[in-house]
Design a protein around this ligand. Structure first.
Ligand SMILES: Cc1ncc(COP(=O)(O)O)c(C=O)c1O
Length: 419
């Protein structure tokens, strides 16, 4: 039964996104691969193409096209400042993607560590928020402690965090939400505990960004990073850092590059065309919150609508999935707690490998990922890394209840093969 009708209309939003018209084997494609990258509205496409068509140049020149590029970059920075609720544009750093930005920051932060110091990483994180820290720790003789998650519902064991923290802890690297099982972390609580111990906090918000409001001031985190291609834009990573850290830390940069944030951290020539799509992606989301108020106020409302819609869709999926013989959903499955997860479901189907399920759904035009999606630690903890991982079904706000029904029907067909 469909119960929740929130104020978000995916039908009209879908019309803005050309890729959603794609047909596969005579049927409209069902994109349930959002956690691997979302589809892009026409306004973002126009902004990206528009930059290339306009005539661009590298930044910092004293002529028309270079000034245009500077303007495009400044507009993108402003948009992301509002998206994250940062204090100033210089706290926003662009890079090729989250992984590359995290390697850069981890190297710079590690420069301040001493042998015997400690850092904390979590078992719920994507490997892009684990390996850079492990490598940095190894280089500096720093000990790594792991924050575990409860395999029963795949939520972080925050009750154990105080016992992992000490005066030796220099950093906690934590996910805002798991890209595998969808669990949302109480980041504010992590930051409070870490700061009491004198540790910095680095937040991976890549998976969370299309699903919920980010507020770096409310979280009080030291760094936070996301990727625009996961929230309806092009391929570019965006890091927030508290200005004092971005200013103080040593950046690995070439000599002529700026010595102050943000330029100090932005190595080489960015993908300006992707940057040109950033403000359009942020505006696409803000428009879901209606026309009234500041950009930030519209984003706050938009994320409330998105959350309400996705919560309803999650509850619907979970209720129906529970009826399907042989289907096991990992992570939070209690409908009462559904707000504590994103609509990202890692599942297994008895009698089928994850690869088989993904391939068979793919034949029907339903796009899902299988394997570990780089959430290596999650799969290892669940004992699934050597068994092909899991199938990941990832809804975003442009997915519909009808698409959920198509998926469920296809899974039921596969399940019946085994009966
Ligand atoms: C949670 C999470 N963190 C980090 C990454 C890596 O992001 P990027 O592709 O921008 O390096 C991903 C990509 O899937 C992700 O889902």
């Amino acid at each position: 039964m469909r119960t929740h009708i929130p104020p978000l209309d995916p039908t009209s939003l879908r019309q803005q996104i050309p890729a959603l018209q794609l047909t596969v084997a005579g049927q409209t494609a069902v994109y349930l691969d959002g956690p691997g990258g979302t589809q892009v509205p026409q306004s973002v496409i126009q902004a990206i193409v528009g930059y290339l068509a306009h005539g661009g140049s590298n930044q910092g020149g004293l002529f028309f096209t270079s000034r245009y590029t500077d303007e495009v970059t400044a507009v993108a920075r402003q948009a992301m400042m509002h998206f994250y609720n940062a204090r100033q544009p210089e706290e926003i750093i662009f890079g090729p993607n989250m992984t590359t930005l995290t390697f850069a920051i981890s190297r710079a932060v590690a420069h301040t560590w001493q042998p015997g110091d400690e850092i904390i990483v979590t078992g719920l994180d994507h490997d892009a928020n684990i390996s850079p820290w492990l490598l940095a720790a190894e280089e500096r003789g720093v000990n790594v402690r792991w924050l575990d998650f409860d395999p029963a519902d795949c939520t972080l064991r925050l009750d154990t965090l105080p016992s992992l923290l000490s005066e030796k802890t220099r950093l906690v690297a934590v996910t805002h939400a798991s890209n595998a099982v969808g669990s949302i972390t109480d980041v504010k609580h992590v930051v409070q505990l870490a700061h009491e111990a004198g540790a910095l906090v680095y937040v991976d918000a890549v998976h969370y960004a299309p699903h919920g409001l980010i507020d770096v001031q409310a979280l009080d985190c030291d760094f936070l990073v996301a990727s625009v291609y996961k929230f309806f834009g092009g391929h570019v990573g965006v890091l927030y850092g508290k200005y004092e850290w971005l200013d103080q830390l040593k950046a690995y940069k070439v000599r002529p590059a700026p010595s102050k944030p943000a330029g100090k951290w932005e190595t080489g020539t960015p993908g300006f065309e992707s940057l040109a799509g950033v403000a359009a992606a942020v505006e696409y989301i803000a428009a879901i919150g209606g026309p009234e108020g500041t950009l930030r106020e519209r984003l706050v409302r938009a994320m409330r609508h998105i959350k309400a819609y996705e919560t309803g869709l999650s509850a619907y999926f979970l209720k129906e999935a529970a009826q399907l013989p042989g289907l096991h959903v990992y992570g939070i499955t209690d409908i009462e707690s559904v707000e504590q997860r994103t609509p990202t479901f890692a599942v297994s189907l008895a009698g089928h490998t994850p690869e088989d399920v993904a391939a068979r759904l793919g034949e029907r035009g339903i796009f899902v990922w299988h394997g570990d999606y780089y959430a290596l630690a999650v799969m290892e903890r669940l004992g699934l890394q050597n068994k092909g991982g899991l199938v990941r079904i990832g809804f975003v706000h442009y997915n519909t209840y009808d698409e959920a029904d198509r998926l469920l029907a296809a899974l039921a067909e596969l399940a019946a093969e085994e009966a």
